[in-house]
Design a protein around this ligand. Structure first.
Ligand code: GDP
Length: 445
């Protein structure tokens, strides 16, 4: 997500490193570089202009600070301006006073509406709501079935027109779904509407008809972030044709540049409410401008990582991990295996890396550790005796051969793992001795 922009900005900042004071020329040069980075990221021109003007003005007026060096000060300004351009505050759903709260999804075909309906349903249910998904996309032959499949996976009921009932009337379906929600105590209704490959007046009219019939509390415009500037044009067309309250950005996982995310708020005046970052149902969350800005600047998104961990792990597991970290006992291969298993449950390694501070530049190296490597490591450790796991020093040549045979790997794989483990052990010892995280590149300073 946003790798290109991230890399460009990080290199802009590293050129400021070591400067004691920023001259007018330094500020101008930095502004030029940031401008190029944003243009390359496909950010809309008016947004780039306003962003650069703000950064320049603030950098020139910045007071000499004892706490921050000039590079850090520029990063701070850029960070704050990024948060601003991404919408400032996190925009939460506004629930209706009398349920059901009606959320309508609109957008082009392929934007990810149906997938998003399932993700939103799952997310709402996890937040103690009782959502109902509604299939009001009767245009695309498969759309109703697709929503039913997604709903089933998300564990959320789906309201759909009876099969064989002619062409079907999406407005009638949407209306009937609200009745159904009242009868069955669903407090939120999520209506999936039809999209087309391009913006057309017929689609707009249908969406507007549904809107008028059900008076949604929230209309969400769903848009594929990977289409960059085109997202901005489509966003404008939907604003004129249907109107909406907020935006859900999809496919952020495939968006190296970030143009749509950075432009849409400024151009439409509507906040981004949700971010979808993968094909799986759990790849979805509220959009937090501050966390996103930190991610872009490679300052990490530790908050999301922690929340994800809290959702994924039982409390005892976290406590156990914490006590391993705190105890005086040496870090063993069993601990190593346990930590690896926990980390894997959080999701794909490459997603996690993006959330860790300073890991952006390491992404290329670590990004190609694939999940199979992890399976191999687990197999090797499981082929060791308890004694070997506790005291890895005893793993000599003949033991390595036995372990390799037992795990279906090569002796070189076992050697590699043992070496990596000793490095991890050394790092754990340093952390336990209060040395903090060694070798974790942080902000340039
Ligand atoms: P709709 O036509 O707007 O209902 O779009 P769909 O929900 O059918 O999604 C179109 C395609 O995009 C499907 O193949 C989805 O799996 C995929 N998709 C949806 N959201 C995401 C996302 O956040 N990341 C990725 N990588 N793919 C997505």
């Amino acid at each position: 997500m946003f790798e290109t922009l991230s890399d460009r900005l990080t290199s802009v900042f590293s050129s400021l490193r070591g400067k004691g004071r920023l001259s007018e020329e330094d500020i101008n040069a930095t502004a030029r570089e940031i401008r190029l980075a944003l243009l390359e990221a496909d950010v809309a021109l008016p947004v780039v202009r306003s962003f650069i003007a703000q950064v320049k003005e603030r950098a020139q007026g910045a007071e000499v600070s004892k706490a921050l060096n000039p590079a850090q000060q520029v990063i701070k300004i850029v960070n704050e301006e990024l948060v601003e351009i991404l919408g400032g505050e996190t925009r939460e759903i506004r629930f209706a006073k009398t349920p059901p709260t009606v959320i309508m999804l609109a957008g082009l075909q392929g934007a990810g509406k149906t997938t998003l309906a399932g993700k939103l349903g799952r997310w709402l249910a996890a937040e103690r709501n009782t959502p109902l998904l509604v299939a009001a996309d009767l245009q695309r032959p498969n759309a109703v079935t697709q929503l039913q499949v997604v709903g089933e996976r998300a564990g959320v009921p789906v309201f759909a027109p009876e099969p064989g009932n002619g062409v079907g009337d999406p407005v009638a379906v949407a209306r009937a779904s609200i009745e159904q929600a009242r009868r069955n105590n669903h407090n939120v209704v999520v209506i999936d509407t039809a999209g087309r490959l391009g913006v057309d007046s017929e689609m707009m009219r249908q969406a507007a008809d549904i809107r008028d019939a059900v008076q949604p509390d929230e209309i969400l415009f769903v848009v594929d972030a990977m289409i960059g500037q085109d997202a901005v044009n489509t966003a404008q067309a939907f604003l004129d044709g249907v109107g909406y309250d907020a935006v859900a950005l999809t496919k952020l996982d495939g968006d190296a540049r970030g143009g749509a995310a950075l432009s849409i708020r400024h151009i439409t005046g509507r906040p981004i409410m949700f971010a979808s970052t993968g094909e799986k149902l759990e790849d979805f969350d509220l959009f937090h401008p501050d966390r996103m800005a930190s991610r872009i600047l490679d300052m990490g998104d530790v908050l999301t990582l922690i929340e994800q961990a809290q959702r994924t792990f039982e409390e005892e597991e976290v406590a156990k991990m914490a006590s391993t970290l705190a105890s005086d006992d040496d870090f063993t291969l069993d601990d190593f295996l346990q930590q690896m298993a926990m980390v894997r449950r959080l999701g794909p390694i490459s997603n996690l890396l993006g959330m860790m501070p300073g890991m952006g530049q390491m992404r290329d190296q670590i990004g190609n550790v694939d999940e199979k490597d992890l399976d191999r490591i687990a197999a090797i450790i499981q082929s060791m005796t308890p004694e070997e796991r506790r005291t890895p020093k005893i793993i000599n040549g003949s033991r390595r051969l036995r372990i390799a045979n037992g795990s279906g790997t090569q002796v070189s794989d076992v050697n590699g793992l043992v070496t990596r483990f000793f490095e991890a052990q050394k790092m754990m010892r340093q952390m336990k001795n209060g040395g903090g995280m060694p070798g974790m590149p942080g902000m340039p300073g």
